[in-house]
Design a protein around this ligand. Structure first.
Ligand SMILES: [Zn+2]
Length: 492
């Protein structure tokens, strides 16, 4: 969770009449196809990208500014874009401070890559493959096509909205703006094949090994398995991950490489592994401490100096807009903030709880609480087989937090006491406790003689799925040979 405040979503409605006037069908220079980009001219694409860019930054952890990742990715991206059919677009490449593994593009040449994705890559060619693929979505104008259909079909979508404005818990209204919505929508398989072909084309023209596309895909799949395991379902994956937004298969990528190479492209196989591994050594892994960290069942915000714990069986996810904890039965805990202005405007905490909190159901059993010296007000409701409890906490008169507990009626009795313990676990932490929280980092180590897979995964300082994480970071599984002297990534 971040500490930026969000601005309300742009009034997209105003754009529509102008957009409807423009319907274009033209030959795309990258794909050679007639493409209907519906509502968008290239000028409009640039404008849309520029408007959505700040919202993407807010929705995905902001820019990752540590080290020289920004300039490095910009340079690498521009090198590839120069070999595209749109070398003169004002391309923008941004590294997002987001632990999620994702990359996406907006119309107008805005390309994003998360630090979570950079941690998975083992060489420059793998990163170039991802950037080339995203550049392909722009040059083939998939992002524009998608934007056109999204705009026409789906205005004013609210992705989230339980919590309110402060500290990145974007408005009781729209948190993830239209651009983010769009960025997280998946492309069609045909578009993916096309982007892979274009990506391979740019990769090869820039002198990289196109097989990097396949090797990176192996890591994406290993990573997707971890997300599935975390959700208690090996086949499930987060909606906003690279494979969900870019549905691909290993066969399709191989096909794309073949098709691209048949057209006369042959690479000289550059991977640039050692330089990349030097660079990735020290990259923040998982939550950045500025956004709070998850330690087992506890969420700790060392910068804002508080923590709370959720019951066993709940898995915490730290999202830009809220901290969410869910169990496998679908019971959930949401934690986020609201502004002092919103509380004042509502006429105080109780009125905020009753009337202003988004979706305000009529709450009963309104009760004032003292949570470790902090004033709080709570109420509960029952609707459609679900029990919900909401709590507004006043940490001080300039800082308010919201907790929402939802349980299925059959689980309410069982969860009553654990939920109550979570409520009272919310507390301030000392400077010393805060200072003890250090972010995890990717570390590159050399495999010593006689070192086993088990030895290596023991050194992984992740809470769970050590072996799976090692495999996702290195594409080395328990059955694969370990070569003494090889460089591998671990988490410290
Ligand atoms: Zn894609």
């Amino acid at each position: 969770m971040m500490m930026h405040a969000y601005s309300p979503i742009a009034r997209l409605g105003a754009l529509i009449p102008a957009l409807l006037l423009i319907a274009a069908c033209s030959t795309n220079p990258a794909t050679g196809k007639q493409s209907f980009t519906g509502l968008m001219t290239p000028q409009k694409e640039l404008q849309v990208g520029a408007e959505e860019h700040p919202k993407i930054l807010k929705g995905f952890g902001g820019v990752y500014e540590t080290g020289d990742w920004g300039p490095y990715i910009r340079e690498l991206g521009l090198k590839l874009a120069k070999h595209s059919e749109m070398p003169d677009l004002p391309w923008t490449f941004t590294v997002l401070n987001d632990a999620k593994v994702n990359a996406f593009a907006l119309p107008g040449g805005y390309v994003y890559i998360t630090r979570g994705l950079l941690a998975l890559a083992s060489d420059e060619a793998e990163v170039a493959g991802v950037l080339g693929h995203e550049i392909g979505h722009v040059t083939a104008r998939h992002s524009a096509q998608r934007y056109s259909s999204t705009m026409a079909a789906n205005l004013g979508v609210q992705v989230l909205g339980v919590l309110s404005k402060a500290y990145g818990v974007g408005g009781a209204e729209n948190i993830v703006a239209a651009g983010a919505n769009l960025a997280l929508k998946s492309y069609s398989r045909e578009q993916e094949l096309e982007s892979d072909m274009l990506g391979v084309r740019y990769l090869v023209r820039a002198g990289y090994d196109p097989d990097a596309m396949t090797s990176f895909f192996t890591k994406l799949r290993a990573h997707q398995r971890i997300e599935g395991l975390m959700q208690g379902d090996a086949n499930a994956a987060e909606k906003n991950n690279m494979l969900a937004t870019h549905p691909r298969t290993v066969d399709r990528i191989a096909q794309a490489i073949q098709l691209a190479e048949k057209n006369g492209n042959g690479g000289d196989g550059k991977r640039n592994a050692s330089a990349y591994l030097r660079r990735v050594n020290g990259l923040v892994f998982g939550d950045d401490i500025d956004q709070g960290v998850i330690k087992g069942q506890t969420f700790i915000h060392p910068v804002m100096r508080f923590e709370f714990s959720v019951p066993d069986g709940f898995t915490i996810t730290n999202r830009p807009d809220m901290v969410l904890a869910k169990d496998k039965d679908g019971n959930s805990i949401k934690f986020g903030g609201t502004t002092p202005e919103a509380i004042r405007k509502a006429g105080g905490m109780e009125k905020y709880l009753r009337y202003a909190w988004k979706g305000a159901p009529s709450l009963r059993d309104i009760e004032w609480l003292d949570i470790n010296g902090m004033k709080a007000v709570t109420g509960s409701t029952h609707q459609n087989g679900l029990d919900a409890r909401r709590i507004v906490i006043e940490r001080d008169t300039e800082e308010y937090w919201l907790l929402q507990f939802v349980s299925k009626s059959k689980d309410t009795g069982r969860l009553n006491e654990p939920y109550r313990r979570t409520t009272y676990s919310f507390r301030n932490i000392s400077a010393r406790e805060a200072n003890a929280i250090k972010p995890k980092q990717v570390r590159v180590i050399t495999v010593g003689r006689g070192v086993s897979f088990d030895n290596l995964i023991q050194t992984m300082s992740v809470d769970e799925y050590k072996a799976e994480w090692f495999e996702a970071l290195n594409a080395i599984g328990p059955e694969d040979p370990l070569i003494a002297g090889a460089r591998v990534k671990v988490v410290k």
